[in-house]
Structures are given as structure tokens and as C-alpha cells.
Ligand binder design. Structure first.
Ligand SMILES: Cc1cc2nc3c(=O)[nH]c(=O)nc-3n(C[C@H](O)[C@H](O)[C@H](O)COP(=O)(O)O)c2cc1C
Length: 314
């Protein structure tokens, strides 16, 4: 049996819209570029989709200086949303994704509500099937507090995007909050079709070396990701599942088959793999094959059956 048993339908019963993917394994935004980077050596057959690097209205060079800092069981990044900009994406990257028949989520980021609305309109006009909205961006009008941390502004943002975009709308939540439930509720009531979670956690990496007679200090502040954040991600997904009935795409430290089961148990309908791609670029393929084989060997005919068995056993 091939990977046909992994077919996944993310369905929002409320809007009667669904997004069908070959497998529930998606590469996470910022860790897979626009695919062109990996195309020569990774077979995408086992990927449900790739989530593109976050795209802004204008091209961005990203941050200068150190952008990646390795920590125990994870990494801190301050890439600063380096990306080609939406126009170049549409001109150069989209035709390649389409020609190669690669399913993808267009991940977008902005610093004003108008940015997001414009990006959503462009996505809509270009027939992009799925949009993933990164709301962990500083809102310049609200003192640079992340859009995603205030339920009222998050509701307003998602509502505006919903009006501009008719495809499958995924909102990616930030974990940098003391209570994610009102944020998840706001996203669902504003009309989103799916929630993805979690984005990176705020972190600070510090390295002190003693060089003979003085200390040399290096520090990087940015987004923490990797296996060290898995318990936070499990907690957040579990919280989200308690208040919404739209599908959830879970991520945060996924590195092995048992992680998939754990995330299913707390409410995941699909998964994204991020940081592990840097350690093993074959991880998405291998996890999909392992999951498919496990299901085959243990009599689970499809992914829904596996989800049901894991959740009912709780
Ligand atoms: C280098 C790097 C760049 C990232 N860039 C983005 C981005 O542009 N947009 C976004 O929504 N998330 C971005 N993320 C967050 C990941 O998509 C993911 O939410 C997070 O890393 C948690 O998953 P993981 O522990 O499997 O890496 C980035 C993460 C990393 C490590």
C-alpha cells in the first residue's frame, strides 16, 4: 500500500469549505523557502503541502547580523522576514509551484491591516487555494504589539481578510500570550477556516566565553523553535481544541512519529514540521512514510480512523 491512506481533508463545516491534501505533513513557513531551494534533492510526493516563507507586500532583506542562534534542543531565529515580496512571488515562484503541481499555503505577514487586506486580495485574484496568515507581526498602529495578541484587533483583522479572500483561510496563532483561548475564539468567529499553531516563542540566547582574561558575550533575541517547545505547543493546541470546532494544524518541536500521535490526542488534524528540516531535510518524507506504514501494519484504513482511535482512547 502507498501513502493513499494518509489523504487528509481539512474541512470547515461552518463555511462548507475544505482543503484536501495528500498527507497531513506540511513543511512549516520559513523552513522550506518556496520549495525551489529543496527541489533538486527532496521528493515532495509525501508532503501534504509546503507553507511558503512569510510574504510581505514589499520585498524585504531581513535583519543584518546573527540571525540564527543554536540553543539546547532548539534554535532562536531573527531572520526578520526576508522574502521576495508578493509581486515577485506571483511572477517567479507561483508558476514553478503550479508547474510542479505542488500544494502550498501562502504564508503572509504585514505591519498594518491594509497590508494584510491587499495581500489577501492578491492571493484571491491569483486563485491561491490556501492562505496562512501570520499574526505574530508587530502592528505599527498599536504600538507594535503583535496583531495576534489582542482578541478584538485579531477579530477585526481576520474579518477584513475574510472579506477579501474566498479560499481556505488559515490563521497562525502566536504562543506569546497568557491565554490563547479568546484568540482562537476570535479567529473562528471572524470566519477563518482553520487555525495553525504555534509560531515561535520569544526567547533570548546568551553565550559567554572566557577568553583568557575577559568574558566575551554574545546574545540573540528572537523566536524560539524546535523540540524544546513541544510541551508548550501541545498545551496551546489542547487549549485551542477546547474552544473551536474548525480544523487545527499543529506544530512546534515535531521530530518523530510519537509526536504526531501526541498532537492528534490533543486535537491536531494535520501537522507542520519546521526546525527539524534543518537537521534532517528528509524528515517530512520519512515521517509521512513511517505514519503510513504504521497505519498499514496496524489496520487503520485512513487518517480519520487513526485520529478517532487515538482520541477515543484518552
Ligand atoms: C528560521 C525560521 C523562520 C521562520 N519564518 C517564519 C515565517 O516567515 N512565517 C511564519 O509564520 N513562521 C515562521 N517560522 C515559524 C515556523 O513556521 C514554526 O511555526 C515554528 O518554528 C515552530 O515549529 P518547529 O518547532 O517545528 O520549528 C519560522 C521558523 C524558523 C525556525
Amino acid at each position: 500500500m502507498g501513502i493513499e491512506n494518509l489523504k487528509t481533508i481539512l474541512k470547515n463545516e461552518r463555511n462548507d469549505i475544505s482543503f484536501e491534501i495528500k498527507t497531513p505533513i506540511i513543511s512549516a513557513s520559513g523552513t522550506y523557502g518556496y520549495n525551489t531551494e529543496f527541489a533538486d534533492f527532496i521528493d515532495l510526493n509525501c508532503f501534504g503541502a509546503i507553507s511558503t516563507k512569510g510574504i510581505t507586500l514589499e520585498k524585504r532583506p531581513g535583519n543584518s547580523g546573527d540571525r540564527i542562534f543554536e540553543v539546547q534542543n532548539g534554535m532562536i531565529n531573527r531572520i526578520g522576514l526576508e522574502n521576495v515580496g508578493i509581486d515577485n512571488f506571483i511572477k517567479e515562484k507561483l508558476p514553478v509551484l503550479r508547474e510542479k503541481n505542488i500544494d502550498f499555503l501562502l504564508n503572509i505577514a504585514g505591519s498594518t491591516m491594509e497590508d494584510y487586506e491587499k495581500l489577501a486580495t492578491i492571493a484571491n485574484d491569483n486563485g491561491i487555494k490556501a492562505l496562512e496568515v501570520n499574526v505574530s507581526c508587530p502592528n505599527v498602529k498599536s504600538g507594535c504589539l503583535e496583531f495576534g495578541l489582542n482578541p478584538t484587533s485579531l477579530f477585526e483583522l481576520v474579518k477584513k481578510i475574510r472579506r477579501s479572500y474566498n479560499g481556505f483561510l488559515i490563521v497562525k496563532l502566536s504562543p506569546n500570550t497568557s491565554d490563547i483561548k479568546p484568540l482562537a475564539t476570535a479567529v473562528q468567529s471572524a470566519g477563518a477556516d482553520c487555525i495553525s499553531a504555534i509560531n515561535t516563542l520569544r526567547g533570548l540566547g546568551v553565550k559567554i566565553d572566557f577568553a583568557g582574561n575577559k568574558f566575551i558575550k554574545k546574545s540573540v533575541q528572537g523566536g524560539l523553535s524546535g523540540t524544546c517547545i513541544k510541551p508548550v505547543a501541545l498545551f496551546m493546541v489542547n487549549q485551542i481544541k477546547q474552544v473551536v470546532d474548525i480544523p487545527i494544524i499543529a506544530m512546534g518541536g515535531i521530530s518523530k512519529l510519537s509526536d504526531l500521535f501526541e498532537f492528534i490526542a490533543v486535537g491536531a488534524d494535520a501537522f507542520q514540521i519546521g526546525t527539524m528540516n534543518f537537521i534532517d531535510p528528509g524528515i517530512c518524507t520519512n515521517l509521512a512514510l513511517e505514519l503510513s506504514k504504521f497505519m498499514d501494519e496496524n489496520g487503520f484504513k485512513n487518517f480519520d480512523e487513526l485520529k478517532g482511535a487515538i482520541r477515543n482512547d484518552q
